[in-house]
Design a protein around this ligand. Structure first.
Ligand code: TYD
Length: 214
């Protein structure tokens, strides 16, 4: 995507990777640099997509099949993309999204075992309409992240999926970093908040420069 449309940046990581803290710092950073940026999240981001989020994450929906889960994430993404992400980029705003399509690859393709092609197919609309310019992966293993966080959230269906599942999510992300080295930048998330944030800003500046040259 050209820079006059604003950059589309997504943040990814396992549960408890410190994304939320970095998102807050990024919000302050954009404000202080007078850059208009829309901060949003997946699943969700619009009223309808947030309703889909409630269904997906509800711990009571234990009968949900893996395929249904993948389709619901993809459905919420299409709505989010058309209603919020693309219009914002077209207005010249930056869009910073907490999780996006790589979460579907890590969680549904790799960890649920649906395979890359299935998830790619159900997300083909989003892939065609809006791939991120830059994806930052906060690299911390689930063992370390959960011990830092103090365990999994009991009401969250995905967080409750067990350590083996989260380990697969982590290897999924590692595989994605290798598959898309130009787009996905891995940042060591075991360090201090300040050190991590300095790398986040560095990667954003690099991406901006790279896209200007295209
Ligand atoms: P959330 O509470 O927002 O997680 P976090 O704070 O860790 O970002 O819940 C979103 C959950 O949905 C999270 O467990 C990751 C999962 N997810 C998928 O499995 N596939 C997807 O495509 C997306 C966007 C999220």
């Amino acid at each position: 995507m050209p820079t006059d449309k604003g950059l589309f940046i997504t943040l990814e990581g396992c549960e408890g990777s410190g994304k939320s803290t970095q998102l807050k710092l990024l919000e302050e950073y954009f404000k202080s640099h007078n850059i208009t940026a829309v901060f949003t999240r997946e699943p969700g981001g619009t009223p309808l997509a947030e309703k889909i989020r409630t269904i997906i994450l509800d711990g009571k929906n234990s009968e949900m099949t893996d395929e249904c889960e993948a389709l619901l994430y993809a459905a919420s993404r299409v709505q989010h993309l058309e209603e919020k992400i693309i219009p914002s980029l077209n207005e010249g705003k930056w869009v910073i999204c907490d999780r996006y399509i790589d979460s579907s690859f890590a969680y549904q393709s790799y960890a649920r075992g649906l395979g890359f092609e299935f998830v790619e197919k159900v997300n083909s609309y989003a892939i065609k309409r809006g791939m991120p310019d830059l994806t930052i992966f906060f690299d911390i293993s689930p063992d370390e992240a959960f011990s830092r966080k103090g365990g999994a959230d009991k009401g969250d269906r995905i967080e409750q999926s067990g350590m083996e599942f989260h380990k697969k999510v982590y290897s999924g992300y590692t595989a994605l970093c290798e598959k898309y080295p130009d787009r996905i930048k891995k940042i060591d998330a075991k360090r201090s908040v300040e050190e991590i944030f300095a790398d986040v800003v560095k990667e954003i500046k690099r991406a901006e420069e790279r896209l200007k040259c295209l």
